[in-house]
Structures are given as structure tokens and as C-alpha cells.
Ligand binder design. Structure first.
Ligand SMILES: [Zn+2]
Length: 318
């Protein structure tokens, strides 16, 4: 698909965004795991379970209840590895991390997105974090002019660039999918990661085989803790965003990247996921998560988010 058509599809639905002020849309397109071309368009929105259960005003811990358009496309795409993304507006650092983990290689931003007040307020984050994440991950970013069918490069990734990936997600084939095997995998990973936060999932692969995914929290793909400059930047981010990618988000994005589907809610996090992770779980249509140690969390708002989603029967915790 050409990016001008893909961008037009996003522009055509942007007004349908339920957000009262910041209406944003995106189209993700590429070749799926079955070799078929696909395109998927979404606006930023409240996942149905949150909208009906909590309403639009509710905060979920320290997170809004909305899913951004870019992340919504990723969570519902057949396979995002090597795909392209058109967005009506410049993207936030959290979406940049998801885009990098999902293996998306090209982003187009509508040129009008740079002229809005909304961007003026967020230009800093875009330049200091979102674009840096893209450079590290090897993602090319273009400003797209629909009328003139013109592309202006903001960053072009070198050909054949492969980003460093210190802590890859492990993918192990499994023969048996049952609770006993799941518990066995979790016990093994708990010992291996010596009580650090990790997430695990049983998935079905596009070829029909089953696998177990395990991920630890790690800076987003492209950042290496072996590199002193990267480590310094990761440890001292400016503002409210972080370069760390939480394990639940890593698993969700990795599933999207390779077209893996979660089996029967076999989804685990060793401690209470962050508020944003929990909103993303709901946004991915997942109904249940197993939490290893509910007395461990990064901030108390994670527990608030868990209690709220549990009490309203939006997400089941075991
Ligand atoms: Zn975003």
C-alpha cells in the first residue's frame, strides 16, 4: 500500500475519535505472517470494557483509560514485523517504545500534525525521546504532505542496520499447554531472573505450534546497558517518560510483531503490572492475568489500578 493512501485512511476516521480534544488516528500496513497484505486503522479510544465499566473520566491508577491510536493498531494487527505506520500527529515516547518493540520500520506523520497546538505542547518529548528511540531502533521517520504527495525525511535509518538487543525475549517451543506446565515455566523463570520483574505467556504461533514467551523489563530495543552513554540516558530520563519497556508491554508487542496469539489467558507477571501495562492488557482484549507477588509493585497507583479493574470485573487477577 502506498503511504499517501494509508494516511488518507487515517485522516478519514480521525473525527470518529471519542476523545473530546485530541483526536488522533493511525493506519498500520504491511505483509502479514500469511504473506497477505493488510492495513488496519484506529483512532485513540477507550477500550470498550473501560468505557462501559468505568466511563471516560476515570483514571486507572496513574494512567488515563485510553489507548493511543498507534498502539491500538499494533495490538490488533496480524503481524507488525517490518510494517509501516501512518499517523495524523507526532507520536509520544510510550508509543515510540511500542513501535520499536513491534519491529515497525517506517513511520509517516501528516505534516499538519506539526502545526497543531497539541504538538506545540509536546514538541520537547517528540524531539528528545520519541525521535531518539526511533534512531536507536533503526526506524525511518518522514513528514508526509498529502496534497503534494511529498515525503520529507526527518530521520533515515542506515540500510541493513540491526539494533542492539541485550535482553531478547525468549521464545521456547512447548508440547503441552496446561496449568502444571505453566507453573513449571514460572518457577524456572523466577529462579533465573532472581526475583526481578518478568512476564510470561503461552502463545499459539502462526504455524499452529505452541510457545512460551518470557520477558524482563529492559530499555527499549536499540539501547544497550553495556553502552555507558545509553545507560546514563536510561537512568536519567528527562520529564515523565522512561526509556524502560515494562515486561508486559514487551510481551504484548512481541506477540503482535510475530502474529502470536495468547492461549486461554496463560499470561503472567511476577509482580503487579504498572497502570499503563494494565490498560494495555485490557486494550489487547485479555481478560485474566496471574500476578506472582501482589505485594510487589513499582508504585502504589499500580495497586489502585488493579483494585479498580478487579472490582469492576474488567480484568481478572489470580
Ligand atoms: Zn502515544
Amino acid at each position: 500500500m502506498n503511504p499517501f493512501i494509508a494516511m488518507q485512511q487515517a485522516v478519514d476516521i480521525v473525527e470518529s475519535s471519542p476523545h473530546p480534544t485530541n483526536k488522533i488516528a493511525a493506519t498500520l500496513f504491511g505483509t502479514g505472517c500469511d504473506g497477505q497484505e493488510f492495513s488496519i486503522s484506529r483512532t485513540n479510544h477507550w477500550p470498550e470494557a473501560i468505557e462501559t465499566g468505568l466511563g471516560r473520566e476515570a483514571r486507572v491508577g496513574n494512567s488515563s483509560g485510553t489507548i493511543h491510536a498507534e498502539t491500538a493498531c499494533i495490538l490488533h494487527a496480524p503481524c507488525t514485523d517490518g510494517a509501516s505506520l501512518c499517523i495524523t500527529d507526532p507520536f509520544c515516547p510510550n508509543c515510540a517504545k511500542n513501535i520499536a518493540e513491534a519491529g515497525i520500520k517506517t513511520i509517516y506523520i501528516d505534516h499538519k500534525g506539526f502545526q497543531k497546538d497539541f504538538f506545540a505542547r509536546r514538541a520537547d518529548h517528540f524531539e528528545t525521546m520519541s525521535m531518539q528511540i526511533c534512531e536507536k531502533a533503526g526506524i525511518s521517520v518522514y513528514e508526509l504532505w498529502r496534497k503534494d504527495e511529498k515525503l520529507v525525511p526527518i530521520y533515515m535509518a542506515p540500510d541493513g542496520y540491526i539494533p542492539p538487543n541485550d535482553s531478547p525475549i525468549t521464545v521456547d517451543d512447548i508440547d503441552t499447554v496446561d496449568e502444571a506446565t505453566f507453573q513449571q515455566v514460572i518457577a524456572g523463570a523466577t529462579a533465573l531472573h532472581s526475583r526481578r520483574k518478568f512476564s510470561a505467556a503461552f502463545v499459539q504461533k502462526p504455524d499452529g505450534g505452541h510457545a512460551c514467551l518470557i520477558a524482563r523489563a529492559h530499555p527499549v530495543i536499540g539501547y544497550s546497558m553495556q553502552d555507558p552513554q545509553d545507560a546514563l540516558q536510561v537512568e536519567h530520563p528527562e520529564g515523565k517518560y522512561s526509556f524502560l519497556q515494562e515486561p508486559v508491554n514487551r510481551i504484548l508487542m512481541h506477540m503482535a510483531r510475530y502474529g502470536y496469539k495468547l492461549i486461554n489467558n496463560y499470561f503472567y507477571c511476577s509482580q503487579v503490572p504498572t497502570s499503563r501495562e494494565q490498560v494495555n492488557i485490557v486494550g489487547a482484549g485479555i481478560k485474566r492475568i496471574t500476578v506472582g507477588d501482589a505485594s510487589k509493585y513499582r508504585g502504589h497507583n499500580s495497586v489502585d489500578a488493579m483494585n479498580l479493574l478487579r472490582e469492576n470485573e474488567i480484568l481478572d487477577y489470580s
